[in-house]
Each structure stands twice: as C-alpha cells, then as structure tokens.
Design a protein around this ligand. Structure first.
Ligand code: HEC
Length: 146
C-alpha cells in the first residue's frame, strides 16, 4: 500500500512537471504566433513607408488596425516559468521594463492607426518608423539573436 502510494505520488509529481513544461511550450508557441501575425501586418506597412510598395490607404488602415489589436496579445504568453524560445531570460528578471516595452508597442500602434486614418503616406511614414523602432528596442534587449 505504502509502495503504491509512493508510486502514485511520484507519478503525480511527474504529471505536474510535465504539465508545467507543456504550458511553457504552449506559451512559446502562442507568443511566437502572435509576433508572426504582427510581422505579417507590419511588412506591407514597412514596404509602403519605404516606397517599395504602392501606397494604398485602405490597406494601410487595415494593417495598422490589426497591428494595434495584436499589440495587446503577446504579453500573456510570457507567464512565470515560460522561459525559452527566442525569449531572453532577462525578461523574467526585468518584467516591469519588458511590459513597459509592450505598453509602448500598444501606444505607438494606436498612433499608427491615427496616422493611417489620415489616408496620406506622409503621415504614415513617421508612424511606421516610430513603431519599428519600438520593435527593435525590445528585440535588442529581450530577444535572442537568431
Ligand atoms: C516588449 C518587447 C517586444 C516588442 C515591443 C516587440 N517584440 Fe517581437 N519579440 C519579442 C520577444 C521576446 C520575442 C521572442 C519570443 C519567443 O521566441 O519566445 C519576439 C519575437 C518576434 C518575432 C519572431 C516570432 C517567431 O517566428 O518566432 C517576430 C517576427 C517579431 N517579434 C516581430 C515584432 C514586430 C514586428 C514588433 C513591432 C511591431 C515586435 N516584434 C515588437 C519581444 C518584443
């Protein structure tokens, strides 16, 4: 009986350790998927801002709105114990700084929407630049070079 109880305890410990790891994997997949979607919408905006793609006011507004909606999503994928992927461990030691970076992302994405609403490339360009700078600043500090 005692032996059975011990082995049950051991399997509970095993299952819960496995559960924590699965959560980390799911979190990493979640946040990477969101960032991939962010990139999907930022790429055409960057191309328009650089003049590599013809400016299309409707498309720009659509992509800006999607980036703004997505800007609220990645943070919950960085819970306790979800280190890994391309995320530097520094995130969890400097979580305030990291989440402040995500807030700047949200603010600058909202400013991008406001700029896109003007329907002019001249307004869009600096807003795309400002947001791109926010991506880079965080990646420099908190994302592993790949
Ligand atoms: C406050 C921090 C922060 C901001 C702001 C940020 N990122 Fe990231 N980004 C990360 C981290 C951390 C990762 C690594 C996540 C992982 O692999 O677990 C990442 C990963 C990515 C990836 C790779 C996803 C994959 O395929 O694995 C892309 C693409 C990306 N970010 C694009 C962007 C773009 C574009 C912006 C700006 C519009 C942005 N990010 C803003 C922190 C940030």
């Amino acid at each position: 009986m005692r032996k059975l109880a011990m082995s049950m305890l051991a399997s509970v410990a095993f299952v819960s350790a496995g559960h924590v790891m699965a959560d980390a994997d799911a979190s990493i997949e979640y946040r990477q998927s969101i960032y991939k979607a962010v990139k999907w919408h930022m790429d055409p905006l960057g191309a328009m801002a650089r003049g590599d793609k013809a400016f299309d006011a409707d498309a720009a507004l659509h992509h800006a709105r999607q980036v703004a909606a997505l800007s609220y999503m990645p943070l919950e994928g960085f819970g306790e114990g979800t280190q890994g992927g391309g995320a530097k461990p520094e995130i969890w030691n400097n979580f305030e700084q990291f989440s402040a970076g995500m807030e700047r992302f949200q603010e600058h994405a909202a400013e991008l929407v406001a700029a896109a609403e003007k329907g002019e490339l001249q307004a869009l360009r600096p807003a795309v630049g400002q947001l791109g700078q926010t991506c880079r600043a965080c990646h420099d500090n908190f994302r592993e070079r790949q």
